[in-house]
Design a protein around this ligand. Structure first.
Ligand code: 0XW
Ligand code: MG
Length: 368
């Protein structure tokens, strides 16, 4: 099989409900879709959709510029030989991990379609289907946060991520106490400041919440600040934004800075990069989630496929943004949350999606 054309599309994902994080509010998101056309009947789909400055340094414009550079180097390559595709991209440009991740996901989709296997099977096989997910509670008052936590648990959610940061630390402490008071046995609570706490605030928060069963996710802006806070924290520490590649993840585990991770596929090289991190987490008994900043059915499917291959005891769930936008590229198989879990898309091999021809309209760029 050979790549004969690459098409790049824009898809706007309109917000259905508010989503506030410590220093940004997610508005309508501009997703970038990749179609890899081959000399077989198969088309591979990739996607990347960063939201604001928090989860990764890239944005829609920079990703599309990177794709202009990368796409010509891919024409004529066999997409199933993913290591060679990644090597060709790395010898074309340094950086551009987001664009490279979207191409990587499209290659895995093609590998599945070419072999008649689901991506989750090629990644080692699923342990669970449906796959556990976690749900965000946006920044709000203690009453609003506690009431969201109640509703989500009633809907079957067993993993809740309370957003924090960007306001008085006392407000975050009050919200965490209010949510912790309604958390039921067997439900996990993560307080995610998305880099919004200073080192002092992280320590103050942890001590004020000392009796509460929760994990702290990416409290401070940098790896170094999280590492400085860590010895004084009472709670387990999860890294998200600072866990930017495999080497950093390895360092965070071996130095004891991180007790687990919130991981974004398109920050670490797509399914290939995430597979390496998954394996390191399994080898070191370290929990991780399988997320992305945002995105539609393609990125959600990628997260669910690889999320299913994590032993459940170490899985913090696969996160999808579908509750916050109501768009499906594949109305039948597009991932959706039911009872706090998401089924592996079952529309066929690869990512399991059947996207109607022409769904994304006129391409922003064509390479052939
Ligand atoms: C819940 N997420 C995966 C989506 C948002 O973009 C940020 C995020 C997180 O965990 O920080
Ligand atoms: Mg996070």
């Amino acid at each position: 099989m050979k790549i004969i054309a690459i098409y790049v599309y824009e898809k706007t994902l309109s917000m259905a409900s508010a989503y506030n994080m410590s220093s940004s509010t997610v508005g309508d998101a501009s997703s970038t879709i990749i179609e890899l056309h081959t000399d077989s009947e198969h088309i591979g789909y990739g996607e990347i959709c960063p939201t604001g400055p928090l989860p990764q340094p890239e944005h829609a414009g920079s990703i599309r510029a990177d794709l202009e550079l990368l796409a010509p180097a891919l024409i004529g390559l066999d997409p199933v030989l993913i290591g060679q595709v990644l090597a060709a991209m790395n010898s074309t440009m340094d950086g551009g991990i987001g664009a490279k991740s979207a191409i990587d996901i499209a290659c895995w989709d093609l590998l599945g379609k070419a072999t008649g296997r689901r991506v989750c099977d090629l990644l080692g096989g699923p342990f669970t289907d449906p796959v556990s997910t976690y749900h965000v509670i946006a920044i709000g008052t203690p009453d609003e946060s506690a009431s969201s936590a109640e509703h989500l648990q009633n809907d079957g959610h067993t993993k809740l991520q309370l957003k924090a940061g960007g306001r008085r630390i006392e407000d975050d402490i009050d919200a965490a106490r209010a949510v912790a008071a309604v958390i039921r046995p067997g439900v996990d609570l993560f307080v995610d400041a998305n880099r919004g706490f200073s080192v002092e605030q992280a320590i103050q928060f942890s001590h004020a919440c000392a009796g509460l069963r929760l994990n702290m996710e990416q409290p401070c802006h940098t790896y170094e600040e999280c590492a400085a806070a860590k010895p004084s924290l009472v709670h387990p520490l999860l890294l998200d934004e600072s866990a930017k590649d495999l080497a950093t993840v390895a360092k965070a585990i071996s130095s004891g800075v991180a007790n687990g991770f919130g991981m974004k596929l398109t920050r670490v090289g797509g399914l290939s990069g995430m597979r390496a991190i998954r394996d390191l987490c399994i080898a070191t008994n370290t929990p991780t989630s399988f997320d992305d900043s945002w995105g539609g059915d393609i990125i959600a499917s990628a997260c669910v496929h690889i999320g299913s291959t994590m032993p459940p005891a170490l899985s913090r769930g696969a996160w999808i943004s579908h509750p916050y936008h109501q768009c499906h590229y594949d109305e039948t198989n597009g991932p959706r949350i039911e009872g706090g879990r998401v089924a592996i898309p079952s529309g066929g091999p690869g990512l399991g999606l059947v996207i109607p021809t022409g769904y994304f309209g006129t391409p922003l760029a064509s390479h052939n």
